[in-house]
Design a binder for this molecule. Structure first.
Ligand SMILES: [Mg+2]
Length: 362
């Protein structure tokens, strides 16, 4: 890669929580291990080992379903303190090479190594060294993607797992992107993917055949983003850790939903609150404000918030207030998106006015 081109690495630990459990408990090695909720209660899979993935088990699947697919799987409750400690170790390794580290979660980060502290000219060399040092320090494997922007580096790290190292040069990018299934593109969720498929767009090559104008007709501003991504253009810089202000989850519905369908609305919001709670637990944060987000069928956005005297982490607390907020909104109208966000974050057990700077690990 020439000097004017950026060198971006995306590193992603392999089956992070499950690999840590297998490392610390040798009797779990080579077995289908599921880290997450109890299958007898309403839990979900946080991460599972590669042995469990062979049974079609994946993250966010209800534990009950996972149990049906693999009754001899071993369910292990998560130990977030241990995962956070390992996360600190790997982030330290990243910072040995560059200060331009952008963590996406406990086990995943972007690094800009264009100018790294050891003046190593080859980003591939840096990635190989980092993988090696992570293994020596933690006995865990990571997969790395190396490229000239964030979007392609992330796709590259996902290309070969576990213990992979994939390099995509500017020369290789267009072939790689053309062969990519549409749902792999950044910003394409379930709903957008089916929208593309309705129009006969299944791969990057199909996407590339559309004009920017046509894409904007279909997806407004996001259309231009897809137009650029499929051409390998992504100028977003690697943003070093920033203060995290909120944690939120939202879902675009396959079809507009009437707010009068109270049970269904609550079912979706419960699911979202559960995900928000899980994220807070991972980050060891609690919140004081809960926000209900609705996008009406005419695309108008509405938010309603409640701030509580006590900081909370539990989904039950969120849901209690979301119910109130929903009652204030009333049963009229149809929505196309529902979201739950919490803000005014603080470290657990630390009073707000003494809260240390909250570094983003999400
Ligand atoms: Mg991972």
């Amino acid at each position: 890669m020439s000097d004017s081109i950026r060198k971006i690495i995306h590193i992603d630990m392999d089956a992070f929580y499950a690999s840590i459990e297998q490392r610390d408990r040798p009797e779990l090695r080579g077995k289908p291990v599921i880290v997450g909720g109890d299958p007898n209660r309403r839990g979900v899979v946080a991460t599972c080992s590669y042995e469990a993935r062979r049974f079609g088990i994946h993250s966010a699947m209800p534990s009950r379903t996972a149990f049906k697919r693999c009754p001899h799987a071993i369910f292990v409750p998560p130990r977030f303190e241990v995962y956070r400690a390992v996360s600190t170790q790997i982030m330290q390794i990243f910072h040995d090479y560059t200060e331009l580290v952008e963590p996406l979660s406990l086990d995943e980060a972007f690094l800009d190594v264009t100018h790294n502290k050891f003046d190593i000219p080859s980003a591939t060399h840096v990635a190989r060294e980092i993988k090696q040092r992570i293994y020596e320090r933690t006995q865990l494997t990571a997969s790395a993607g190396v490229s000239y922007n964030k979007f392609i580096a992330k796709l590259a790290s996902d290309y070969k797992k576990p213990d992979g190292l994939t390099v995509i040069t500017p020369q290789q990018a267009s072939r790689f992107l053309e062969s990519l299934p549409i749902q792999k593109f950044f910003g394409v969720g379930r709903v957008t993917a089916s929208r593309f498929q309705e129009h006969g767009i299944h791969t990057g090559a199909d996407l590339k055949s559309l004009s920017e104008e046509r894409l904007r007709e279909l997806f407004q501003e996001r259309g231009s983003m897809f137009y650029r991504y499929v051409r390998g253009e992504d100028e977003r810089s690697v943003e070093p850790i920033r203060v995290r202000k909120s944690v939120g989850k939202e879902t675009t519905l396959a079809e507009d939903l009437a707010l009068s369908e109270h049970e269904e609305v609550i079912r979706i919001l419960t699911d979202l609150a559960e995900k928000v709670e899980r994220r807070l637990v991972e980050l060891d944060l609690q919140a004081r404000t809960v926000v209900l987000k609705l996008r009406w069928s005419d695309f108008q956005l509405m938010t309603r918030r409640a701030t509580l005297p006590q900081a909370f982490q539990a989904k039950e607390v969120m849901l209690h207030h979301i119910q109130d907020l929903l009652d204030q909104v009333g049963p009229q109208g149809h929505v196309r998106l529902l979201g739950v966000t919490v803000s005014q974050l603080e470290k657990r057990g630390t009073p707000a006015h003494h809260a240390p700077t909250l570094w983003d690990l999400a």
